[in-house]
Design a protein around this ligand. Structure first.
Ligand SMILES: *Cc1c(COP(=O)(O)O)cnc(C)c1O
Length: 371
């Protein structure tokens, strides 16, 4: 075995970024320790202002996780038992889970195989008198057609919550994802495009009243301390995480540009390989994941072979939401989603991954697919 074959390439390597930013991060953490304002401290307020300016949105509200952001958005919109929310079956469970958590019913529509995002053209047939909202997911950082989503929402009087957990910094026709619907819900889970060093999340909205309700819900349903109005959540963004995110936010445009460069390199390198479908490159794509489709039932075998060469890959996601044990038997089959779950394979990507590493993955894949 050559040296290259035994070298390990993880699907995501956070170490180079931490090494680069360590002095600034340590200083930011030190300032929080000096102030001891651990809950809703100065950095939370400053981060909310800075991220609102970056996204071009009126209100940014820090919360404890992306999942909580989705739940609080639905609660603020008054969605609960008896209501239906239309979303994609091909996503992380937190999307459908948030809908179930507020007592509403997730209704799935199949994906468009070209984008792996929910197909807007299937939404209208799924609308019933109980439908209250649409929850598009910008999967892998690829923006959903928000023009169509908003058209359909307006026509039918529906609310829109954008799941932007994977799309921080992605844009649809020049506009930030998460700023077109009633709410954008973001996650700062460490592996996301803008990641904290722990859990964190954010809500974005242009609506003053919705922002006020969301802020009330994140602190035990109280606008005024000890005057609780409703059952809310203990879901604040930690000051320490906000301080870390403030160091990282100014780098996001450069980092997402690097992700697009990596995606372009992969697409070039994998062009013409039989049985491999590469993703579309669009300007606004944030490439949280670079995900190919491996056809003809060869995905698992290819993943295994790559692992033997020390190349880490992941399947996002192996089971569509409607087939998870919690929902099994309650939904029809969504053919494109089911096939995507069998074919999707995410390759190593990150905002500081060296281009030489990308080349090594391409070479390994080419060698395997020739045999
Ligand atoms: C990560 C993720 C979430 C949940 O975010 P957390 O911060 O982990 O709670 C929700 N939806 C999607 C699509 C995600 O990828």
């Amino acid at each position: 075995m050559s040296a290259e074959q035994v070298r390990t390439i993880p699907i995501l390597d956070l170490e180079p970024e931490i090494d680069e930013l360590r002095p600034e991060i340590m200083a930011a953490i030190g300032r929080v320790l000096d102030r001891t304002d651990f809950i809703m401290g100065e950095d939370v307020h400053l981060f909310e202002q800075e991220v609102a300016a970056y996204l071009g949105v009126k209100h940014a509200i820090g919360v404890n996780s992306g999942t909580d952001a989705l739940v609080i958005a639905l609660r603020a919109l008054g969605i609960g038992p008896g209501d239906e929310v239309i979303t994609t079956p091909f996503t992380f469970f937190a999307t459908a889970e948030s809908i179930s958590m507020v007592g509403a019913k997730p209704v799935f529509v199949d994906i468009d195989p070209a984008t792996l995002n929910l197909n807007p053209e299937l939404i209208e047939a799924a609308i019933t008198p109980a439908t209250r909202a649409l929850m598009p997911v910008h999967l892998y950082g690829n923006p959903v057609d928000m023009t169509r989503i908003m058209e359909i929402a307006h026509k039918h009087g529906l609310k829109v919550v954008e799941d932007c957990a994977q799309s921080f910094g992605a844009r649809w026709q020049g506009q930030q994802t998460g700023t077109m619907g009633d709410f954008g819900a973001y996650s700062f889970f460490p592996s996301k495009n803008l990641g904290a060093y722990g859990d964190g999340g954010l809500l974005a909205t242009n609506d003053d009243a919705l922002a006020d309700t969301a802020r009330m819900l994140r602190v035990h349903g109280s606008r005024k301390k000890y005057h609780n109005e409703t059952v809310g959540y203990n879901s604040r963004l930690d000051t320490l995480q906000a301080a870390i995110l403030r160091v990282k936010l100014p780098h996001i445009e450069k980092w997402n540009a690097h992700r697009r460069k990596v995606a372009r390199q992969y697409n070039e390198g994998l062009k013409g390989l039989v049985g491999i479908v590469t993703p579309e490159l669009t300007d606004g794509h944030a490439f949280h994941q670079y995900t190919i489709r491996v056809q003809n039932g060869r995905r698992d075998e290819l993943q295994q072979k790559l692992a033997e060469q020390g190349i880490g890959t992941m399947v996002y996601y192996p089971i569509p939401q409607d087939e998870l044990p919690i929902y099994k038997g309650q939904y029809p089959t969504y053919e494109h989603s089911r096939l995507a779950a069998k074919e999707a394979l995410s390759l190593p990507i990150g905002h500081v991954i060296p281009m030489g590493t990308v080349e090594a993955v391409i070479r390994a894949l080419k060698a395997m697919l020739k045999t």
